[in-house]
Ligand binder design. Structure first.
Ligand SMILES: NC(=O)c1ccc[n+]([C@@H]2O[C@H](COP(=O)([O-])OP(=O)(O)OC[C@H]3O[C@@H](n4cnc5c(N)ncnc54)[C@H](O)[C@@H]3O)[C@@H](O)[C@H]2O)c1
Length: 258
């Protein structure tokens, strides 16, 4: 099942999701990009097509049940089946002490990061069970393993996603459906650059100082490359990873070791 299969990548318009979409296309899969950013989806679509695979962009709002269900219906109608689901889309949520987090901020973070993957899986699982095959990868975070001060909503969703991964893996293994979580550390790119710039401004340090401090949290003294995250995801979706399920695998340049 390494060729001619269909993969849905949520949040595939940019960042890690785009790298995953391109890597899965390189491995011979057709790609459905499920995102809310039309322009970003178009860019990923071009990149996937340049690898010789079919790409389809479908506006999908994680956290909106009807939107998720409609996307899954469309994909099954158009492609016949879905072999791979990568629940990648996620939002950072607020950076603020717990007592200052509003209920709206909490709900939005949970809706996108946790309820989104749940509703995606719920919609796709009947078809995967009928087919007797499926590969699901949930993009969690090292923040699913250890605390991150002032990020209670985000950390809660990523820890929850690991619990969801383990439980679902135990439920569906007999159908040859594998479910794993990937836990990246800080990934290099425009998003992390903005975070560092804000931290530098707030603390009166330079961008380079903030970046270097984060890099030294890793024994390899580096940030994670999104292409490496994508390669790990593609491996988990391949037949070579057939006996790996229910795992939460760090890719953090050694920053977190459990
Ligand atoms: N960047 C990092 O350092 C890092 C580290 C650990 C884990 N992660 C996780 O990796 C995943 C991807 O992160 P990224 O840095 O590539 O993010 P990003 O912000 O670069 O991209 C996220 C994508 O998700 C889409 N999206 C946002 N809300 C959505 C919604 N409600 N419905 C559908 N699509 C939506 C955005 O349009 C965007 O294309 C997230 O789950 C994030 O928590 C990122």
């Amino acid at each position: 099942m390494t060729h001619d299969s269909t993969a849905i990548v949520t949040g595939g318009g940019s960042g890690i999701g785009q790298a995953i979409a391109v890597e899965l296309a390189t491995q011979g899969h057709d790609i459905v990009i499920a995102d809310i950013d039309e322009a970003a989806m178009e860019k990923t679509q071009d990149l996937v097509e340049s690898k010789g695979q079919t790409a389809r962009a479908i506006h999908t709002e994680l956290g909106n049940e009807d939107s998720v269900e409609s996307t899954v219906e469309t994909v099954i109608e158009e492609f016949g089946s879905i072999e791979i689901l990568v629940n990648n889309a996620g939002i950072a949520g607020p950076t603020t002490p717990c007592e200052e987090v509003s209920t709206d901020e909490w709900d939005l973070t949970v809706d996108v990061n946790l309820t989104g993957p749940f509703t995606m899986c719920r919609s796709i699982l009947p078809q995967m069970k009928d087919a007797g095959y499926g590969r699901i990868v949930n993009i969690a975070s090292v923040t699913g393993k250890r605390p991150l001060v002032n990020r209670t909503p985000y950390a809660t969703t990523k820890m929850g996603l690991i619990g969801f991964t383990r439980t679902l893996a135990a439920e569906v293994g007999e159908h040859d459906i594998n479910v794993n979580a990937v836990c990246p550390g800080s990934v290099d790119g425009p998003r992390i650059k903005q975070v560092f710039e804000k931290q530098a401004e707030a603390s009166g340090r330079t961008y380079e100082e903030v970046r270097s401090e984060v890099e030294t949290e890793s024994p390899r003294n580096e940030l994670v490359k999104r292409e490496n995250v994508a390669e790990l995801v593609a491996f988990l979706c391949s037949d070579r990873a057939g006996q790996i399920t229910g795992q939460d695998i760090n890719i953090s340049a050694g920053k977190v070791m459990y």
